[in-house]
Design a protein around this ligand. Sequence first.
Ligand SMILES: Cc1ncc(COP(=O)(O)O)c(C=O)c1O
Length: 339
Amino acid sequence: MEINLISDTITKPTYEMLQYMFNAQVGDDVYKQDPTVIELETRVAEFFGMEAGLFFPSGTMANQTAIKLHTQPGEQLIADKYAHVYHYEGGGVSFNSGVSCCLIDGDRGMINAAQVAAAINDPEFYHSPLTSLVCVENTTNKGGGACYELDDLREIKKVCDANNLKFHLDGARIWNALVAKRQNPKEFGAIFDTISVCLSKGLGAPIGSVLLGSKADIHRALRIRKIFGGGMRQVGYLAAAGLYALAHNIERLAEDHRRAKEIAAVLATKPWVAAIEPVETNILIFSLAEGYKDHLLIEKLKQKNISISSMGHNKLRIVTHLDYREVMHTYVLETLSKF
Ligand SMILES: Cc1ncc(COP(=O)(O)O)c(C=O)c1O
């Protein structure tokens, strides 16, 4: 039994999902003639109460398209120092949009309104880049699956409105936040100019993201997606996986959250663990006590067929997901207890 806890992106489509994909009605989506893609875009937009959606092959491309939509070369966006758009999108912010990042030292990947207000450059001071966009991530990845309170996001939105800034949500794992905090997706739709959501993380689809926004923004995003090479043809087969995931795999995320918390409870009893970030969803980040080496723990666990990953600085990450079943969980808890 191989147990892979490096990420929630490692899941494989189930037989039922594949059957659903196999039966999809398709057309040429570059001509917007694929009914399954249109159904997915419409359904996700309605779910968040936003006007329109656009299907993307990846969360990275959806985020990069949003940044391109909301900025001009030479401008600056504000994000947390852990932001995926800054750390893990290959420098796309500067490559695709010619934009720099003003990074905020937030709390587990989350920033607040006062920090945003303090990070905005005076638009009259032409020596500095013009601030035009704020990006937040919910849940946070490098921040350990932390979730925002809606009121905190509304406060940031007020600062954006007062300063003529656009507001983008990297909602790759928004589903986890919705389940963990029992939030209404339409509340998010009312706050943000654009939201990107991923179907290929906790929801278990093999591929796919949707960018949400106003009709006008999504119309412009269609051109940007084309420029980025993201126009796809009979892609309804893949959109169907997303539809299946939306119908079957949202509520069960609570199981992933429970399991992550149970693993944290075992780790909390271990003298070799120095600290564990609060576990709110399916991502667990912990650091090792002095003298213990992350690569050695990774190797020892590997010998027991359990894979986890390093975050650098002696921090480790465990991510629970759809393919991590109860029998595996029991084995992981037992194995860690004995370490
Ligand atoms: C917070 C966050 N945003 C965006 C992405 C990008 O998604 P993709 O891997 O589909 O490009 C990821 C991927 O892990 C992520 O964790």
